[in-house]
Design a protein around this ligand. Sequence first.
Ligand code: AMP
Length: 202
Amino acid sequence: MRLILLGPPGAGKGTQAARLAAKFTIPQLSTGDMLRAAVKAGSPVGMKAKAVMDSGGLVSDEIVVGIIADRIREADAKNGFILDGFPRTVAQARALDELLAAMRMQLDAIVELKVDEKALLGRIEKRAAETLAAGGAVRADDNPASFKVRLDAYRELTAPVSAYYAGRGTLKTVDGMLAIDAVSSAMDAQLKAEPAAFGAAK
Ligand code: AMP
């Protein structure tokens, strides 16, 4: 199963991707998590990415495509993966098509979580409060100012990715405003509805 989860920040992609990863025993590939790990490790990629991530902007296509190109070649991704937070631009989606074509792989599904934008900031603030209560470190970009930049980046650069896949007739949508379990059920139903793989755009 090779799957892409799309949706704005705070839509619940990470939560659903983790559930699907456990269900299908395949890795959840979150470029956000990988970038945060690079920042923490102080690697050259992390040092380049930190300021733009903290402000809520997008890291360059070159950096994230490089990260994904390396990651999907690792052994644990051989039988599938769930992309969470990638692709976030049409250029990234095109680069992914090329990568997969070169590896003779196909995507099985692209699912977009649809959410009411008015609910998103509240969700992000809730996540920050829960992390804090659990003694964890709140993400540097989980604050209203960075969130606004993230939402703007989503509207301008990532929403067209949905259109890119929809234009190929390969986009499924799920109501992300439902309770977490109900979203998972809706997602299962969507994934069962179309088991056939499809190829990259010509
Ligand atoms: P996320 O954890 O998915 O919300 O990502 C956190 C931050 O990492 C984003 O706001 C971006 O700065 C950066 N990031 C993650 N994935 C990508 C991507 N595919 N393209 C560009 N920047 C990304």
